[in-house]
Design a binder for this molecule. Structure first.
Ligand code: NAD
Ligand code: MG
Length: 399
């Protein structure tokens, strides 16, 4: 195929300096070297604090646009004059993030910001009808119903990056009627710990994930298993699947990324070594399957892959996840915000590890459920839940 016939992909990565963001940059570099059918251009990138890494990526790829989402305009100007390539438009603040997400020249948006901070820009990409590769699961937890509605109106394609959801997507690709979705979970660093021992868990212990290298927030979420709770809610919205058709199994080896049981009794699973570049490449290149750059399973050696039920007494986040997936409405925004606030307090050394999920439960139970909140109302509830967790933490520290 001649170069003139090659399809051009203009990709924007929101959160390019994070764990998913940098893995996406690697995938784009790999595809640019190896894909004979298309050209892959990094059109835009954003980062929040790590401007050194952002400038490094910018100088390697010379994107049209860079957004430093944490900076004010004059600070951004100083950074841009000093460090970014000539010809790159440098913007700052959340409005520029939203503008980049909806830029008409972007055809694939990778939503890789962590937390609710990624909501508005992800929604902007969905509204603009782009292919949105969603790593930012919090957007679906907070506003899954809204995302689905907007995507139906705009024709946006939602491609999961979360490894479990990418696996389910692939399991469903062959057709058939699913009966249930089985999300696998590594169990995190405290899979075998008693509740008493978890009460004393330190920040370092909670961050030490046994199988995945990830950002801090999702690493703590994996230790509490709130990550799996968020993924139950994410699956509910991405696959329009009722909560009672979702199950969670502990699979410490992180090889089986999830499974789908069909109504005829067969179960389809997706397997690979744990490496996020695989689901990222899948989301970028779907429906095509192109040669990858990640390790493959060594099936010449004896392997032991285990599956076991999750202990909801030790990991109460799981019940919380099912409850939120069942009731929908305002519950996702409240639990997500409570969790972000509580994880922040834990990382500052101001909250006990086991209090993270307790704080989420308390916020959920003290809010008046709304079945169809507007996007403005979701943001109000987010702020309310964060304040509720801070109040609860102050009261419990005082008593
Ligand atoms: P990370 O902390 O490594 O990176 C987060 C990115 O978001 C960085 O680029 C940072 O600059 C940016 N950011 C942080 N705060 C921001 C703000 N207020 N406004 C704008 N940008 C901000 O996180 P990560 O591990 O890459 O995770 C990103 C998302 O992907 C999360 O939603 C996470 O749940 C999801 N995810 C991550 C993995 C993984 O393996 N890391 C796997 C599945 C899903
Ligand atoms: Mg996951």
């Amino acid at each position: 195929m001649s170069t003139s016939q090659r399809i051009e992909h203009h990709v924007a990565i929101l959160g390019a300096t994070g764990s998913i963001g940098t893995a996406t940059v690697q995938v784009i570099e790999h595809l640019s070297r190896t894909d004979p059918t298309a050209s892959w251009t990094l059109y835009g990138i954003s980062g929040h604090h790590n401007t050194d890494l952002l400038t490094e990526i910018a100088n390697r790829h010379r994107p049209n646009r860079v957004v430093v989402s944490s900076l004010e305009a004059d600070e951004a100007k100083a950074v841009s004059d000093a460090a970014f390539p000539a010809g790159t438009r440098v913007g700052c603040g959340p409005d520029e993030l939203i503008d980049l997400a909806g830029d008409p020249r972007v055809d694939i948006l990778v939503a890789a910001i962590v937390g609710r901070a990624g909501l508005e820009s992800t929604l902007a990409g969905v509204r603009a009808g782009k292919r949105v590769a969603i790593a930012n699961k919090e957007t679906l937890v907070v506003a899954g119903g809204l995302v689905r509605r907007l995507a139906a109106e705009s024709g946006a394609e939602l491609l999961p990056v979360d490894s479990e959801h990418a696996a389910i997507f692939q399991c469903l690709a062959g057709g058939g009627t699913p009966r249930r979705i089985i999300l696998t979970a590594s169990g995190g660093p405290f899979r075998d710990w008693s509740l008493e021992k978890m009460r004393e868990a330190t920040i370092e212990q909670a961050l030490a994930h046994p199988t995945w290298q990830m950002g801090k927030k999702i690493s703590i979420d994996s230790a509490t298993m709130m990550n799996k709770a968020l993924e139950i809610i994410e699956a509910r919205w991405l696959f329009d699947c009722p909560a009672d058709q979702i199950e969670v199994m502990i699979h410490p080896q992180s090889i089986i990324h999830s499974m789908v049981e069909m109504i005829d009794g067969s179960t389809i699973a997706q397997l690979s070594p744990p490496d996020m570049r695989l689901p990222i490449q899948h989301a970028l290149t779907y429906p095509h399957c192109l040669p990858g750059d990640t390790p493959t399973l060594d099936l010449s050696r004896t392997a032991c892959w285990t599956l076991e039920p999750v202990d909801v007494e030790r990991f109460p986040a799981i019940s919380l996840g099912f409850e939120v997936a069942r009731v929908g409405g305002s519950a996702g925004a409240v639990v997500n915000a409570a969790n972000e606030q509580a994880v922040g307090l834990f990382l500052e050394g101001r909250m006990r590890f086991t209090d993270i999920v307790t704080a989420c439960r308390i916020a959920l139970e003290s809010h008046n459920h709304e079945s169809n909140p507007s996007s403005d109302r979701l943001l109000e509830l987010d702020l309310w839940a964060r304040a509720e967790v801070r109040r609860w933490q102050l009261r419990s520290n005082a008593s």
